[in-house]
Design a protein around this ligand. Sequence first.
Ligand SMILES: [Zn+2]
Length: 153
Amino acid sequence: MAMEQALGRYVVNNEQWRPIAESLVEKHEIISHVEPEDIVFIENHWLVPKPGQHIVLATITKLPERLQVLCGYSYVLELRMNAIGYMTQKQLNLLIYHELRHIDRDGTVRKHDIEDFREIVNNFGLGWANPGAEIKDILEINCMAEANPEIGD
Ligand SMILES: [Zn+2]
């Protein structure tokens, strides 16, 4: 019984999310070092935000080496499904991009430049994840070319 209830709280769904990561990595040089097959995509189906509560929409975690050996993945990308149900596909694509940007070239998971990553804010604004936000598709723009002019502002 307890086991049955536990099933479905976290669901591995590489089939749905990894192809997005693969497309992003192919398109955007800044994350070209990321290996999507090193990431397990886990949906969190139990965490429900209270009305008005702000919760983190997704997280990325580097597994300790021992666990990497055991499970064959280096990172866990967790999506809080009850918090992102409103998102358009474009927002979901950008959410995955955001999480992948946390993986540094040396393999560590790093924090944001600012409140978000600079090129995301420059291209999409800070409110890109808000309900109803209409944004460009990260899979259709060259983020780096448009985001980082030589002279910053
Ligand atoms: Zn973040």
